[in-house]
Design a protein around this ligand. Sequence first.
Ligand code: C2E
Ligand code: CA
Ligand code: CA
Length: 740
Amino acid sequence: MSDAHALALSVVTDPALDAAVLRSLLERSPDMIMLSEFSGAVVHVNPVGLTLLGLAALPAAGVTTAEVFTTRGLEVAGDVEAALRTVGHWQGRTELRHFGTDVGVPVALSTFVVRRSRGTPDLIATIIRDRTHGHRRDADLVAAARSALRSAAEHRALAELSGLAVSADMPSLLVAATSTAATVVGVESAAIARSVEDAGTLRFDAVTRELRPDVVIAAGTGSLSGYALAHHEATVCVDTREESRFDVSAMNLMGYRSGAAVPITTGAGQWGALIVFGTEPSVVGEGELTFLSAVAGVLSGALERVDLDRRLHRRSMHDPLTGLPNRALVYEAIDSALADENGSVALLLLDVDDFKIINDSLGHDAGDRALVRFARRLVTATRPEDMVARLGGDEFLIVCSGVEDASHAERLAAHVLTALATTSTLDGAPTPVSASMGVAVSERDSTRRELLRRADLAMYRAKDTGAGGYAVFDPDDLYDADRVRTLSVDLRGALARDELSLHYQPVVDVGTGRIVAVEALARWTHPSLGPIAPSEFVAVAERTGLTTPLGEWSLGSACRQVVQWRRFCDVSVRVNISGLQLRDPAFPARVAATLRETGALPGEVGLEITETVWLADTGRVAANLSALRDLGVALLLDDVGKGYNSLSYLERFPVFESFKIDKAYIDAVSTPRGRAVVSAIVLLAKAYDVTVVGEGVETLEQWEALAAAGCDLVQGFLLGRPADVARTTALLHEQAAGPV
Ligand code: C2E
Ligand code: CA
Ligand code: CA
């Protein structure tokens, strides 16, 4: 067009372009060319132009430029005129009028002023090109642009939904999704269809516009949604009147003509469907379906996330090893049980006895397996309504709600312990055979904290009483707990300041009456509480991590002392060893170091090991015992007969040189039965070639009975009370000076 423009402008200057040339150009031009005057009168239209206008020739009456354009085409007339007057040309789109049909013909137009020689009025030349084809292309372009715009809107909507999927709760997200679906697709209603468990019907949630609630939506082929859910596929109903796959009566009842349902799936399976309904047929085309699927995708993602959150939450509330509720979850359960007026809450706090041994000796894997088995047994031993939780380590908690009173709680506790006891070893692997249990029952104003503390205190008393038992909280426990704390702090200080002392009790040969050994017994006088019984502070030490410092102090002091006594007599010392020390893999090395440092000879030192250590006979303990025996120190089994079957250990672990019959048996020797028992123990000991010590001998009668039974050594108040170093030294001097 610009070429034609240039051509027209050059008309006046190029002599080669005479009138004939110009005329033929006009005749042949594929574009319409129109010449008009400023008045609007059309003076010439070429043949293509006439065809375009639907005219055979220009009407004799003349025609104006205003007449050759449609009303729509004339919208640009003002602009054209202004442009011609100012810059002399205009280019753009407009619409020509077909005189025959009165239909508008889209055209592209270039118009300009043709200056003529002086005296002749200027003409307006207009070149017009039919754009019917191009226009169609334009329409496509517009449609494409519009759909691009719509898809931009869809993208925006999806982006917004995705944003909500991260931040909003599920119900709000569903509402946003259905309203977005309805708006973007341009339908009357959108909803979330979900199947109603076992009912064979569907339920609509997050409905954008009230659907008739009285209409029952059947599952399966009973409805559009049912069909989509049953077939796991996006389903479009173009027109209810032509639908054959499923029943459309519900849609008819609701007044809808078409619709679509897109399943929403999660990792767990099909969750529901996004559904849209329109009152007109064909509301959902391919583009809409794509969009709806995308919305369903966003919902699936959000559901997955919620599910993940739930799983994470579950994980955060459960112990990964046993799968039991953890501390956080059980605390919630206690709180809600306490809030419930219905009966009392009983807490049964369990601590597996000697679990550390399993872990230390067999390794953590075996320990873990044992805990898992233990957890399973606990669950089967409790009522379905009880919650069993793992608080950590080897500590478990059972929460029993609706408990009538303390005796009810005791019955539950006893039941659990009995159940645990009757299923001891499984698949031959060592399993924690018992647990000690503390029981606390809530009172009117109990708080969770207080109740747990009470269960804890009771549990410690249960432990003290012996493994495998339970204790119900007693207010005295509160006092005990305070005392334990005080004693622990003060004992630590006393050990650091070397304020404890050792007393020594003679161990006498039955036949000769001579002192062959002395037992070292720790003594502690508390600055304000006075003398504390060793049994008490030893227990405090074991409970509060002071076993090693106390044990090392005892052994060290006794070894230094025996080196002193060696100068004038050959007596050995016997030192009491706590079970916890013996389970420590480093213990034999420490004993060896102490011997080296103090100069005591292994033959001068005996270790008294109480048989409760043997509750869980493990490789670790056995290895330590062998290592100690290899060091050359004597090993004694203390408190034999105090409640455990220690004689069997003699057979399994032939490391003991001696054992001590518990005072309880000595006390019984006044009766024929008691004498028979002691004789039997001594005979058995002889069979294993170990010496026997009778402990707690207070009377001559007891001494004689023990001598008669074949006992080797005796110890007791009759032969000498525990005495301090000075008096013991004096006693030993006396003996050394006396007749051999
Ligand atoms: P044990 O090893 O069985 O010690 C014997 C206990 O019986 C001592 O009590 C002793 O004084 C007492 N006893 C001795 N003869 C008689 C008697 O004829 N009649 C009566 N009624 N009692 C007698 P003690 O000194 O109170 O020690 C108690 C427990 O404390 C000991 O029992 C021992 O298990 C523990 N113990 C003491 N010192 C230490 C220590 O240094 N380390 C460790 N780990 N435990 C210790
Ligand atoms: Ca002892
Ligand atoms: Ca003893």
